[in-house]
Design a binder for this molecule. Structure first.
Ligand SMILES: NC(=O)c1ccc[n+]([C@@H]2O[C@H](COP(=O)([O-])OP(=O)(O)OC[C@H]3O[C@@H](n4cnc5c(N)ncnc54)[C@H](O)[C@@H]3O)[C@@H](O)[C@H]2O)c1
Length: 381
């Protein structure tokens, strides 16, 4: 049977996310598996054109993955009539202009979050995409994590009864770069380069909360720059101008209260780098990236506050693991497959640029709340 080749312009693939999650673990993995079978018997074969600024790094990446097409000329790539999709995993500050150019060139667009640095630009991109009729999408990878998929299944099965609250801890210690190399790029810590943990993480929290629990209606957030000076990739000390921690409360439809801490300045004492605890009238759950544990109301112990005695009860023992009844593939790859089928077969794809704009809205509202020290409402967009 024939291959249905889909040429994809992939920009920003020399970066951390582009190189690992999108190229190696998604597109290259799909090719390694022989492509994606289509309903008509053909096979969808993704053919990437790697785009970046550094010729040497592009060539070596292309060689590593046996990819033949690469270029430093984005304009040239966009003028290739055979290229159907533009993908962007560049640093956030570079995204909006490139996405606009891609839409203008008639390409379907798929990109990393945040889709833009501010809400006005994000909405403009969503409107341009809507008007163009081109397919468009944004990465919402956390929804494909096994732990969060199990959590969503619990919600859909009515496990919690009435959901009262969601409490989340996300984060880990990101080294300052002096005595140990930082494990994230330095632009993340500079507001002027599109950095900041609210801009980064609130995009994720928006779709996670919206999709699993219900629409976010308002936010109150306090940010902090706990570490004011860091050392960059070239060993140069720089002023960290962006927030490296965010402490936020979100109000959701149905009166659900979500309280999420996001921080690059915490040392981990939990099972995974993300832990979401959900408490409902009938049961509770604690979900991480992979695992999800539950405690039903009938398994709920009866603690009594007594500070005079050391705690003898093991509260962890009353929680039960939700089994892995499914096989979970890499979430980025699963979402790529959905988007490629959406382009080729017009199958449903709900993670559009407009959904991406909602993430930017929450990030912007969080920053506004911090600046003005007040609750900020989120109007429909
Ligand atoms: N979905 C997720 O879980 C997730 C996780 C981390 C980052 N991201 C997003 O992915 C994007 C890339 O993040 P990353 O951590 O891979 O960053 P990175 O710094 O490792 O990579 C950035 C890429 O953009 C390119 N680039 C082009 N112009 C640039 C410029 N002027 N300054 C800096 N880089 C430029 C770089 O060459 C590189 O290929 C960001 O928008 C970020 O918000 C998403």
């Amino acid at each position: 049977m024939q291959n249905r080749v889909v040429k994809i312009i992939m920009n920003g693939v020399t970066g951390r996310m582009g190189r690992t999650q999108h190229l190696a673990r998604s597109i290259v993995a799909i090719r390694r598996e022989g492509g994606i079978p289509l309903p008509n018997g053909e096979t969808l074969w993704p053919e990437p054109i790697l785009v970046g600024r550094n010729e040497r790094r592009l060539r070596s990446l292309a060689e590593e993955h046996r990819i033949t097409l690469w270029t430093t000329d984005l304009k040239g790539a966009l003028s290739d009539p055979d290229a159907e999709i533009y993908f962007d995993a560049q640093a956030t500050s570079e995204r909006a202009s490139a996405v606009k150019a891609a839409l203008a060139a008639g390409k379907h667009v798929y990109c990393e979050k945040p889709i833009a640095e501010d809400l006005q630009t994000a909405k403009e991109l969503a409107e341009l995409a809507d008007r163009s009729g081109l397919k468009n999408g944004v990465v919402q990878d956390k929804l494909f994590l096994p732990g969060l998929r199990k959590l969503k299944a619990l919600v859909e099965n009515g496990f919690f009864g009435r959901i009262l609250s969601v409490r989340g801890e996300f984060g880990y210690w990101v080294f300052e770069g002096d005595w140990q190399e930082a494990q994230r790029p330095s632009w993340n810590y500079r507001a002027e380069d599109g950095g900041g943990i609210m801009a980064d993480m609130f995009c994720h929290w928006r779709y996670v909360l919206d999709d699993i629990f219900g629409p976010v209606r308002s936010v109150m957030a306090l940010g902090a720059t706990h570490i004011p000076r860091r050392v960059d990739e070239n060993g140069k000390t720089y002023a960290a101008t962006a927030d490296d921690a965010a402490y936020a409360i979100f109000e959701l439809d149905g009166g659900i209260i979500a309280q999420l801490n996001s921080s690059w300045c915490v040392r981990v004492y939990r099972d995974e780098l993300l832990a979401l605890q959900v408490d409902g009238t009938l049961g509770s759950a604690i979900a991480g990236l992979h695992s999800c544990k539950v405690q039903h109301r009938v398994n709920t112990p009866r603690p009594v506050w007594n500070p005079d005695l050391p705690e003898a009860y093991n509260f962890f023992d009353d929680w039960q693991e939700v089994p892995d009844n499914n096989q979970f593939d890499n979430g980025f790859k699963v979402q790529w497959e959905l988007f490629l089928r959406h382009v080729v077969n017009d199958t449903a794809f709900k993670f559009t640029l407009r959904e991406g704009a909602k993430g930017v809205q929450l990030a912007e509202a969080g920053l506004e709340s911090w600046r003005e020290r007040r609750w900020v409402e989120l109007p429909e967009i």
